[in-house]
Write a protein that binds this ligand. Sequence first.
Ligand SMILES: Cc1ncc(COP(=O)(O)O)c(C=O)c1O
Length: 385
Amino acid sequence: MSNSGKKLETLCIHAGQTTAPATGAVMPPIYTSTTFEHEAFGQAGEYAYSRGGNPTRAALERCIAELEGGVRGFAYASGMAATAAVLELLEAGSHVITQQGIYGGTLRLFNQIRRHSAGLDFTFVDFFDLQQVESLLRPETRLIWLETPTNPLLDVVDLAAIAELAHRHDVLVCVDNTFASPILQRPLERDCDIVMHSSTKYLGGHSDALGGINVVADPELGQRIAAITSGVGGVAGPFDAYLVLRGIKTLALRMERHETNAQAVAAWLEMHERVQLVRYPGLSSHPQHALARSQMDGFGGVVSFQLDGDLTAVGDVLEKLQVFTMAESLGGVESLVGHPATMSHSNILAEQRRELGINDNLIRLSLGIEHVDDLIGDLEQALAP
Ligand SMILES: Cc1ncc(COP(=O)(O)O)c(C=O)c1O
């Protein structure tokens, strides 16, 4: 069945998947085989060896490629493996422009690993001033890497404007679309070149499978990433690929609930006397609310806020929460609470964190799909003096 022209809700269920021809199985089987018989001497079939391609992984890759509006998808063992595969496109000495306010693990890969191991250079900017971004381009600039909304401050970047600027200078744009998911934002439609995901988050959706995704719009770029992916080998195993594919079936429904819960919690927090500041792209107080409204189909399920209090007060609130679980990660069906300064962004120097606005009193919530009354009730008791 061709899915072209179908709505996202339908693609979540059917894209990239057909009933198994041999058995009629409605769900794609988990193919554990690492190797596949050749059709004849010197003639491999569609699959030969699982690092290069595996039918379960391929079903996930076709599915996410359709959801993102791309031509080819790739599934990895983690989001970091997906990011690393994109960096492999760059020859030694290349320059990358990116944001400070990206996921802490991506910053670590850039600054502490690839600077040394691959001779890449990185310049950090916030992407709000396009003239400034343009002034940072160098002859060896090959990639703009950006996240929108960012983790944990939920800044929103204008995708079409950055893509237009980058393409005038023959620079690729890769967007980490983890926080939005293709249900809320499709960067390839705004002319970006590569979409990356930590599928550990919303795509998988159940906090039970680590994974990463890249999707491209250009077949030639797809060939290059295919060669890197098979050559370097950080691919998703068939069980994890299956779990992400299964998770995607309910992605559209889950995103709807994540979002209504986030919107209600953000509005409630904004009125609370112990809360100094709330960051959520769906609030009219968010500095890029209008941009988020125009380039996204919703605002997502993550809300960050600053507590009026010190580190001890923050710890006290986090300890008191009962429905929210204090844990790393986001995007699962269960609500999580995190403290970026001591968790996701603890590998960044304190001074740098403060410059970024990741203060010690910043708390990040990943709203799950529980009933909103229980979530607000939990916050109410935890914030009570
Ligand atoms: C926005 C973002 N990108 C990338 C990653 C890395 O993904 P993974 O943990 O699946 O390697 C994360 C993980 O938290 C993330 O939040």
